[in-house]
Design a protein around this ligand. Structure first.
Ligand SMILES: [Zn+2]
Length: 101
């Protein structure tokens, strides 16, 4: 069976467990301190708390965990731009679409 690496998804038990852990982490003093600092992990900009989100470096859906090593502060824009695709995925996507026109 052919399988792309990025199509490997975590099982439901893992996802719900890690989502619950993410909620706990959001209430932790460690996370509150991060929000106060307000520095986006990706662009390095400083933002007010309401413009920041919790981002998983390795998404939960790809087997990532909700721990301090995998969770970073991200501004809304960086979080949106990242999505589920890696840059390589989107570049290949463009080439493929061009070729088929
Ligand atoms: Zn950012």
């Amino acid at each position: 069976m052919k399988k792309n690496w990025h199509e490997v998804t975590a099982d439901k038990a893992h996802i719900s467990k890690e989502k619950a852990k993410a909620r706990e982490l959001k209430n932790s003093p460690w996370w509150r301190q991060k929000l106060k600092e307000g520095i986006c992990h990706y662009c390095g900009g400083k933002f007010p708390e309401e413009e920041l989100t919790m981002d998983h470096i390795v998404p939960i859906a790809r087997g990532g965990k909700s721990n301090k090593g995998n969770v970073v502060v991200s501004c809304f824009n960086c979080n949106q731009n990242k999505g589920l695709d890696t840059p390589v995925d989107s570049i290949l996507d463009k080439i493929f679409k061009k070729g088929s026109e």
